[in-house]
Design a protein around this ligand. Structure first.
Ligand SMILES: NC(=O)c1ccc[n+]([C@@H]2O[C@H](COP(=O)([O-])OP(=O)(O)OC[C@H]3O[C@@H](n4cnc5c(N)ncnc54)[C@H](OP(=O)(O)O)[C@@H]3O)[C@@H](O)[C@H]2O)c1
Length: 292
């Protein structure tokens, strides 16, 4: 029997990963591991852990696990490590890619909206401002949020991840560099602010894209609706409706009032599902089907 191990089972992503793996139809055994457990030989290990732990685990497990799917950002930009959203770049996974990274949750929402437009337009510039849910910061942040007087209660905080010397945050640079890698557009310009808001679950982004030619809104909506797990809605969709759903929702598409090459829209999606555990499960599904 094939074996898939979830490491970091007690965290936000680990818990979701458990229920996500139940959706896979083909037979395999799930094993779960917490902080102090010994990890045996496995076909696939899904690392639902923070960066330093993932780095350590990747080294420790190298010789006894066939494939690792890492949910952290530790290896996402490493040469030879595919950064995969199965709807977009499943082709990046091969028998020779034993370590596969799952992308940043906010980046996932953005590139899900851009990928279907890539055959239609060249992206001159992309700007987004994120409205990121508390659950994206892990269980400690969620516990903090539920403590009376939390800084995040009825607030929005424009600082996610670490503040770098150049004034950007690590989260913002993920939006730039991970988008380029997933979309295979090395010179893509992405300008962003990432902001934590007092919303328990599901991330949102307000997006502005400058295209290389006049936008055809009907064509764009059709391209979105033909793409798996993506849906354009004429009515407003908010994180409340997106939570628990596999779909990335887009609404409020409009042309700029002065520049017909520029579009504006709003995205919302469940950061723990498409932004994490669902995407990880889709990668595991691909591995089980083709490589294990
Ligand atoms: N939350 C999201 O929306 C999201 C989205 C995309 C990617 N990610 C990434 O996914 C990873 C997990 O995020 P999270 O939100 O689930 O964080 P979390 O809630 O803090 O969970 C992390 C888990 O890792 C466990 N852990 C720590 N050291 C370990 C070890 N040596 N062996 C096994 N388990 C260990 C912790 O155990 P204890 O319970 O004992 O502390 C905890 O349960 C992070 O890298 C994060 O950046 C998160």
């Amino acid at each position: 029997m094939k074996t898939v191990g979830i490491i970091g089972i007690n965290g936000m992503v680990g818990q979701k990963m458990r229920s996500e793996l139940d959706k896979i139809k083909s037979p395999f055994e799930v094993k779960t591991f917490g902080r102090h457990d010994n990890i045996p030989a496995l076909d696939i290990a899904v690392l639902c852990t923070d960066n330093p732990v993932s780095r350590q685990l990747a080294a420790d497990l190298k010789n006894r696990v066939k494939f690792m799917v890492d949910m952290s950002s530790e290896f996402r930009m490493s040469e030879g490590v595919p950064l995969v959203i199965p709807e977009i770049n499943a082709h990046a996974i091969t028998k020779d890619t034993p370590l596969i990274a799952s992308p940043n949750c906010t980046t996932t929402g953005l590139v899900m909206s851009l990928a279907p437009l890539k055959p239609l337009y060249r992206f001159e510039e992309v700007f987004f401002c994120s409205y990121q849910a508390i659950s994206g910061g892990g269980k400690k942040l969620l516990d903090d949020f539920h403590t009376p007087g939390s800084y995040y209660e009825k607030n929005c905080v424009p600082l996610i991840g670490s503040l770098l010397e150049n004034g950007h945050t690590s989260e913002e640079l993920k939006g730039l560099y991970e988008s380029r890698k997933i979309l295979e557009i090395p010179d893509l310009k992405v300008y962003c602010h990432t902001v934590r808001v007092g919303v328990e679950n599901s991330h949102s982004l307000g997006v502005t894209v400058r295209l290389n030619k006049s936008a055809d809104l009907q064509k764009i909506k059709e391209a979105w609706n033909q793409f798996p797990h993506l849906q354009y809605n004429e009515k407003v969709i908010t994180p409340k409706e997106a939570s628990g759903q596999e779909t990335t929702f887009i609404c409020r598409l409009r042309k700029d009032v002065e520049d017909e090459n520029v579009i504006h829209y709003f995205i919302t999606f469940d950061n723990l599902l498409k932004g994490a555990a669902m995407n990880g499960r889709q990668i595991v599904e691909l591995l089980l089907e083709h490589f294990v």
